[in-house]
Design a protein around this ligand. Structure first.
Ligand code: SF4
Ligand code: SF4
Ligand code: SF4
Length: 262
């Protein structure tokens, strides 16, 4: 496993007051509007969501796994894990097979079913902001420091410090420390994570298990891959044709305007 000193988020549900500033900041940062009240869960229009469960405010977002299954199953490397922490997605490479959605142990990626050329959608850990030396938008917006950003080893130590200093305040587990081999998003909670709807995920990296499972489906990685590669080529070709048609239309309009003026 790569042991780069990657970044992380520590999300402490005991500090969250449910203001949804994190949701608003995420929507705005990604050009998705600013209506946090319309966000009821993760979707192709919401990369993070905040819901209340038995008096606890629960945030959902991509966990940016240290060894991500979505990366390992993608046949065209549309998903990549960066050394800084974010698992990022390149829509121009995606051929729409949606293996990533099936492989994610946390059920995170969503799909733009309503678009003619759909993409997979999930939190990008504000990779562009991180590259510019900034924290994530949700971190910057949180007035309670319920979400904090920093190197994963430091945040993990901070999480354990909180558990030790206030044992009555916390359920004694850092969710994300070991789940799926460890994730960049770490959570603290006042109650058991299962009670908040968090999945109980094995404490070992899942890519090898996922690949083994896929190999048991005859031809899925060979014949299936070839078929999907063909579909991907057709999609790319369709986009090229659409771009060329738009350019021709624009040129025709320009000529009409020119003729009308002269
Ligand atoms: S949580 Fe799911 S989508 Fe996010 S990095 Fe892990 S496997 Fe990929
Ligand atoms: S890290 Fe960025 S993309 Fe992810 S939930 Fe926070 S603001 Fe949204
Ligand atoms: S901004 Fe902070 S306090 Fe407000 S909902 Fe988000 S995590 Fe909770």
């Amino acid at each position: 496993m790569a042991l780069v000193r990657s970044n992380a988020l520590l999300i402490d549900f005991t500090r969250c007051i449910g203001c949804k500033e994190c949701v608003v900041a995420c929507l705005v940062e990604h050009g998705l509007g600013d209506d946090a009240e319309a966000v009821t869960g993760l979707s192709s229009r919401a990369l993070t969501a905040l819901t209340e469960r038995d008096g606890v405010y629960v945030r959902q977002l991509c966990r940016h796994c240290l060894t991500p299954s979505c990366v390992s199953v993608c046949p065209v490397e549309a998903f990549t894990k960066t050394p800084e922490g974010p698992v990022v997605y390149d829509a121009s490479r995606c051929m729409g097979c949606r293996y990533c959605m099936q492989a994610c142990p946390f059920g995170i990626p969503k799909y733009e079913w309503d678009k003619p050329v759909p993409a997979v959608v999930k939190c990008d850990f504000c990779a562009a902001r991180q590259a510019a030396g900034k924290p994530t938008a949700c971190t910057e917006a949180c007035p309670e420091e319920a979400t904090v950003f920093g190197p994963r080893d430091e945040l993990l130590a901070e999480a354990h410090r909180r558990l030790a200093e206030e044992p009555g305040r916390y359920y004694q587990h850092v969710y994300g420390e070991s789940e799926a081999g460890g994730t960049a998003i770490l959570f603290l909670s006042p109650v058991a994570f299962e009670d908040l709807g968090f999945r109980s995920v094995a404490g070992e990296p899942l890519p090898a298990l996922t690949a083994a499972a896929l190999e048991k489906i005859p031809g899925i990685l060979s014949i299936g891959g070839a078929v999907l590669a063909g579909i991907w080529w057709i999609t790319q070709r369709r986009d090229e044709v659409a771009r060329a048609e738009r350019a021709e239309e624009a040129a025709a309009h320009e000529e009409e305007d020119h003729n009308a003026r002269s």
